[in-house]
Design a protein around this ligand. Structure first.
Ligand code: GLN
Length: 566
């Protein structure tokens, strides 16, 4: 289908007004893009080294992000000077502000006497009409704003041609605006939620100053994307892809189905370590519910036989599961491909569906430093040896919340759209120690009870991920006046927005007791339940008081538990 490339409808940045974010490696750069998308303004991020002559679209405006470097370092990254010749509005944030000032005169940026990290009060200066646009960035915002700063360098003087539009105690040039051109710089970070009116400021820049239309919605995206898939794949081409029952693969599969019907072949591999009844449920939802052409392969015995005897090395479990998955997927893909070849009006399978999301793309292109090479996204197309499949990635422009909105748009049931992530190696990594059929049964049943109760209590959407893990230790308990020696379940539930840091979910005691009672009563082989409250962001002592169950305190009553473990 090589020649179809020219007929393919253009990607979103040519259809929707786009704000280009140039990344200097700040840990918050992706948040700028997210805030814009939340305002229904399409935005993409590229490394700060992007050559403007190689840009395939004309952005409505450019935002220069923060970054960990100092602009005056010899090897500091700088934008292509052509950025300043494009005639579009520019907003520099922190390093971005310093870059604008440095571009005008290298003497403008120096190391500050002290670092400024955290909250600051910003005083907005109004110029009442001399050059109207200089006030546009802070239009409608209060004169005293609560902002968040994170910098060590500062502007030593105001760059020529600029006026000061905001100042803080430590940063006399915390906001500057060019008197003629629509160039702005701010020392604080409007993209983080600690800056109270950050989003309205970003809106002022993107919608009012740049004039970007707020028309980026999943409703507008879906039709265009279906058209794009059809053009890409052609009238006969076929696509194959793995589904897991998770939101990303389901949304991608449904989108493919809408675009090319049964020429999209979904494969689900039951690896024996899925959640209770999962393979059956996914099959029902995807085939009967969503009409997707799905083949489910029950390979549980093959996986569980390979996992037998693997005790202490979770990496080994992951490898076995990952490699076996690829083998099975490959076998099935070849079968489907052979069958498809013979059919009258269908072409060969040429494409592999990949559920890549925008954060994966960002991760692969984000600017890592003057000497770091920029990774290209790993091409899993090579994964299907000998089939030479091309990748099709219909979600690659979308953030997770957009994938969810798209799922709802496509009629995917709510509980699937809001489903917690589930790891590829499944319960195998929630069963500490050897994975046997009986351990899988215990883990499945305990997990099922925990999640069922979470849903009943209405916590499911608030929690980002919750599960029950099975520990390879036995505790003593008293059940029906008899001494029992059975295993321990550890519950875990976290809240997070980005899965990089997470906080323990604060369940009421009553809830945990109920789950504990049900698990001990209903799951044969368990006599004790813990709430595993250790979070990656360790709570401070003052926070701990709100987490009665933090750090593995026992929530199982006695009996059936005992006070000591053994
Ligand atoms: N490195 C620069 C400074 O310390 C920029 C910091 C930033 O962009 N957050 O001032």
């Amino acid at each position: 289908m090589a020649d179809s490339a020219t007929n393919v409808p253009p990607p979103p940045h040519t259809i929707f007004d786009t704000i280009l974010v140039l990344d200097f490696g700040s840990q918050y750069t992706h948040l700028i893009t997210r805030r814009l998308r939340e305002l229904n303004i399409y935005s993409e991020m590229l490394p700060c080294t992007q050559k403007i002559s190689e840009l395939s679209f004309k952005p409505k405006g450019i935002i220069l992000s923060g970054g960990p470097y100092s602009v005056y370092w010899d090897d500091a990254p700088h934008v292509d000077p052509a950025v300043f010749e494009m005639g579009v509005p520019i907003l520099g944030i922190c390093y971005g502000l310093q870059e604008i000032a440095w571009h005008s005169d290298q003497k403008n940026v120096v190391a500050g006497e002290k670092r400024e990290y955290g909250h600051a009060i910003l005083n907005v200066h109004k110029h009442s009409g001399k050059t109207a646009h200089v006030d546009a960035l802070f239009a409608g915002l209060e004169d005293d704003m609560d902002v968040w700063m994170s910098h060590g360098d500062k502007l030593s003087q105001r760059p020529a041609g600029f006026v000061t539009v905001a100042a803080s105690e430590n940063a006399p040039f915390a906001g500057i605006a060019h008197e003629e051109k629509e160039w702005f710089g701010i020392q604080f970070h409007p993209e983080v939620t600690h800056t109270k009116k950050g989003t309205p400021l970003i809106k002022n820049f993107a919608a009012n100053i740049c004039g970007a239309k707020q028309d980026w919605t999943m409703d507008a995206f879906v039709g265009k994307e279906i058209e794009r898939i059809r053009a890409l794949v052609g009238p006969k081409g076929q696509v194959i892809g793995a589904v897991s029952g998770g939101v990303d693969s389901t949304v991608a599969a449904k989108l493919m189905h809408e675009a090319i019907g049964d020429r999209f072949h979904a494969i689900m591999v039951d690896n024996g370590v899925l959640r209770l009844n999962e393979a059956k449920q996914v099959k029902e939802t995807l085939t009967a519910g969503l009409g997707i052409n799905l083949t489910v392969i029950d390979a549980s015995d093959r996986f569980l036989d390979l996992l037998a005897g693997v005790k202490d090395d979770p990496e080994k479990k992951r490898k076995i599961i990952g490699n076996t998955f690829i083998e099975i997927f490959q076998e099935k893909a070849k079968e489907i491909a052979a069958a498809a070849k013979g059919s009258a009006n269908e072409g060969e399978i040429e494409w592999l569906l990949q559920g890549t999301l925008y954060p994966d793309v960002i991760e692969s292109i984000s600017f890592k430093g003057p000497s770091a090479t920029i990774k290209t996204h790993h091409n899993v197309g090579g994964l299907l040896e000998g089939m030479h499949l091309k990748l099709i990635e219909p979600l690659r422009e979308l953030f997770k919340d957009e994938v969810r909105a798209l799922g709802t748009q496509l009629g995917i049931p709510e509980d699937l759209v809001w489903r917690h992530p589930f790891p590829g190696p499944g319960l195998a990594i929630r069963i500490i120690g050897e994975v046997t059929r009986d351990q899988v049964r215990i883990a499945q049943q305990a997990d099922h009870i925990f999640i069922e109760e979470i849903k009943k209590a209405g916590y499911y959407k608030q929690i980002s991920q919750a599960y029950a893990a099975l520990l390879p230790v036995k505790a003593v308990g008293v059940m029906g006046d008899k001494r029992v020696h059975a295993q321990v379940i550890a519950l875990r539930a976290v809240e997070t927005t980005d899965f990089m840091t997470a906080d323990v979910f604060d369940f009421p005691t009553k809830f945990l007791s109920k789950v504990s009672t049900r698990i001990v009563n209903e799951v044969d082989g368990v006599c004790r339940v813990l709430y595993e409250g250790k979070s990656s962001q360790q709570p401070t002592t003052s926070e701990l008081s709100g987490h009665e169950f933090a750090n593995g305190q026992i929530v199982t009553s006695k009996p059936p538990g005992t006070i000591e473990m053994e």
